[in-house]
Design a protein around this ligand. Structure first.
Ligand code: SF4
Length: 334
C-alpha cells in the first residue's frame, strides 16, 4: 500500500465535513516550518536565503499546534529549514500524532542520531529524506561532502528501527536519467516505502539557471515513463499524467498552506506575496482565483506536488470513478 489506508480515510472525511459545511476551499496538508535554520545551504532552496535576511525566531510549540488545529488539515508536513534543529520537535510530533494528524517529517538526514533518539516509529509518522541525485550531485547541491552517504546510512538505520521512510527528489535541468535510475535503484534496494518526484520550482531568489521550463519538464517526465512501474513512486497517476502533459490540472494553492516563522504565507508554499497573521486572514484575503488559474507569471512553469496533488484529490473526491481508481492505485494497482 502506497499511503496508509487511514490517511485516505482522513482525507475523505475532511472533504465530506467541509462540503457539508459548504466550505469550498480547505487545506489537506499543512506545510509547517517551525524553523528556517538549517545545517546546509543547498542550491535551489530559498528558505536558507530567507533566514539569512530575516533571522526570524522559531515558532513556539503552541504556535505550531495552533496552526495544525486551525488549518484542520489531516496531514502535516513538518519541514523548514532543518526541523531537527527545532528544540521542541519531539513534543511537536507527539502532539500532532495525538491530534490524529498524519505527519511527514522532512530532513536532510545529517542529524540522524538525534532523530532516532527523539522519535519512535508510529503508523502516522513518515520520515522524508531529500535527495537531488547520487553522491557527487547530492553533495554538490548541498554544498558539503559526505551528506549523501550520511543520509543513506540514516535511512538504513531508520528502516532497521521500523520507521516508515520516503524520499523526495526535485528534478533540475542538470538531472540525468541514468543518475535518477541509479538513485531510485539504490533507494528501492534499501527499502524506502515511497519516492516522491517533481520538477524543482524556480524560486526568483535563486539566480542560477537550473530550473526546467514546463515544456522541458513534460519532456523529461515522458522520458521517465519506463521507470514508473519499477519503483515505489508516490505521485498519483493523475499527477504523473499532468507532469507528462497528458492531463490539464488547475492549481489548488489553498490545499497546502504554509505556516512559518514569518506568518501564514500567501499564496502558496513556493510564491510569497505577503504573510498573514492568521489562517482565517490567509483564506479570506488571498486572491485564490488568480493563482488557481495560473494567471500569475510565477505559476507559468510550476508543476510541483504541493500545488497539484491537492488538485488530484479535488477531482477524485468529486467523482466516484476517479476516487475508486485512486484507491485501487493506492492498494498497489496501476
Ligand atoms: S501554480 Fe505553483 S506557484 Fe502558482 S500558486 Fe500553484 S503552487 Fe503556487
Amino acid at each position: 500500500m502506497r499511503f496508509p489506508a487511514g490517511l485516505y480515510k482522513s482525507l475523505v472525511s475532511c472533504t465530506i465535513k467541509n462540503s457539508l459545511r459548504g466550505i469550498k476551499r480547505f487545506p489537506l496538508v499543512l506545510m509547517l516550518e517551525p524553523t528556517h535554520r538549517c545545517n546546509l545551504a543547498c542550491a535551489g532552496c530559498d528558505r536558507i536565503r530567507l533566514n539569512a535576511e530575516t533571522h526570524a525566531p522559531d515558532l513556539s510549540l503552541d504556535e505550531c499546534i495552533d496552526a495544525a488545529v486551525r488549518s484542520g488539515a489531516p496531514v502535516v508536513t513538518v519541514t523548514g529549514g532543518e526541523p531537527l534543529l527545532y528544540g521542541q520537535l519531539r513534543a511537536l510530533i507527539a502532539e500532532l500524532l495525538r491530534l490524529k494528524r498524519y505527519v511527514y517529517l522532512c530532513t536532510n538526514g545529517l542529524l540522524a542520531g538525534s532523530l532516532l533518539r527523539q522519535l519512535t516509529p508510529h503508523p502516522g509518522l513518515s520520515l522524508n529524506f531529500h535527495f537531488d541525485g547520487m553522491e557527487e550531485t547530492h553533495d554538490r547541491v548541498t554544498g558539503q561532502k559526505g551528506t549523501f552517504r550520511t543520509a543513506i546510512e540514516a535511512i538504513k538505520r531508520a528502516k532497521e528501527e521500523g520507521f516508515r521512510v520516503c524520499t523526495n527528489t526535485s528534478v533540475y535541468k542538470y538531472t540525468g536519467m541514468e543518475e535518477l535510475e541509479q538513485l531510485f535503484d539504490l533507494l528501492t534496494r534499501i527499502g524506502v516505502d515511497g519516492i516522491l518526484i517533481s520538477p524543482a520550482f524556480s524560486y526568483q531568489s535563486v539566480k542560477e539557471e537550473i530550473f526546467l521550463s514546463r515544456e522541458e519538464a513534460t519532456e523529461r517526465f515522458r522520458a521517465m515513463e519506463y521507470m514508473f512501474p519499477r519503483y515505489p513512486f508516490m505521485g498519483t497517476p493523475m499527477y504523473i499524467d499532468f507532469l507528462q502533459g497528458k492531463k490539464r490540472l488547475l492549481c489548488t494553492p489553498w490545499g497546502n498552506p504554509t505556516r512559518n516563522p514569518l506568518g501564514w504565507k500567501s499564496p502558496c508554499y513556493l510564491v510569497t506575496d505577503t504573510y498573514y497573521e492568521s489562517f482565517a486572514e490567509l483564506m479570506a484575503k488571498t486572491d485564490w482565483d488568480t493563482y488557481e488559474s495560473g494567471r500569475d507569471s510565477r505559476c507559468r512553469d510550476c508543476m510541483v506536488h504541493s500545488g497539484y496533488e491537492a488538485s488530484v484529490m479535488r477531482q477524485a473526491f468529486s467523482n466516484p470513478y476517479e476516487l475508486l481508481k485512486l484507491l485501487l492505485w493506492n492498494l498497489g494497482g496501476t
